[in-house]
Design a protein around this ligand. Sequence first.
Ligand SMILES: Nc1ncnc2c1ncn2[C@@H]1O[C@H](COP(=O)(O)OP(=O)(O)O)[C@@H](O)[C@H]1O
Ligand SMILES: CC(=O)N[C@@H](CCC(=O)OP(=O)(O)O)C(=O)O
Length: 287
Amino acid sequence: MKTQDTLTDRKATAETLSRAVPLLQRYDDAIVVIKLGGHAMGSDEALAEFARDVVLLRLCGVNPVVVHGGGPQINKLLDKLEIKSEFVNGKRVTDAATVDVVEMVLSGTVNKKIVQAIQGQGGKAVGLSGKDANLMVCDPEDPALGLVGTPTAMDMTLLNLLFEKEIIPVIAPIGAGRNGETYNVNGDTAAGAYAKALKADRLLLLTDVAGVKNAAGELLTELKAHEIRELTAEGVISGGMIPKTQTALDAVEGGVRAAVIIDGRERNACLLELFTEQGAGSMIRAD
Ligand SMILES: Nc1ncnc2c1ncn2[C@@H]1O[C@H](COP(=O)(O)OP(=O)(O)O)[C@@H](O)[C@H]1O
Ligand SMILES: CC(=O)N[C@@H](CCC(=O)OP(=O)(O)O)C(=O)O
């Protein structure tokens, strides 16, 4: 038997929609860059829910840009191929064999899975990497990291065309070298570079924890630049949280209105952050 919402439930839905009007107006035509981490992708159901939220944002007049990771998915294929890999400060040391696997997984499987999930919810999405239309051109970040790229030139022409047509870009964090190289870019770093180049209204970094925590394990709902520096020096911010917090900081210092680290496993995480007054996770602000 199909269960029906009671009149009270339906009234609550109507009230929620009505109360969201000022927030919907605030984000009308806004650019929101959403970084979906490999861990946050979780199950197919979780991905479908994320996709539905992205489609809702589009319907509300927001221009969402999804930049994704896929670290765990890359690890899985590297393990199968018996290619060892190590991380330095949250970034994968990348040789020629590794970058082939990274591109295959990110631009191939992961990217298309997200595109399909969005389209499964009725949106229109296009899968890209930094190699398309000169979106993200990179230089090597540090010789010790091999083919890890740092974004140096961004061309947002294609993304602006997609916004006009209400098509949602889904971007793999692969960068083009100036001489035909392929660069592996940390997903957070790439999301930050797109957010800065687009002068985005919001950068949402979705991950698998509630946000940035202090040494006692408590969630820090607001963080200033100097606090990030202190917590990183003390080792409280470590591993994958280092590029995330650095990216958030760099973004707000580079003209992005706000950057937030939120729990992508939480239901409706993006809506909770954008369309409620209190938001969620850790908001990063410049000093
Ligand atoms: N201070 C901190 N607060 C919260 N998480 C932290 C902190 N320091 C390190 N981490 C780790 O960072 C991880 C998130 O980074 P990462 O695994 O790269 O996520 P993603 O795959 O979503 O990009 C968390 O799961 C946690 O283990
Ligand atoms: C240079 C570097 O570390 N690149 C990352 C790219 C994927 C990524 O960032 O994935 P998550 O967002 O899921 O961590 C890697 O090779 O794992």
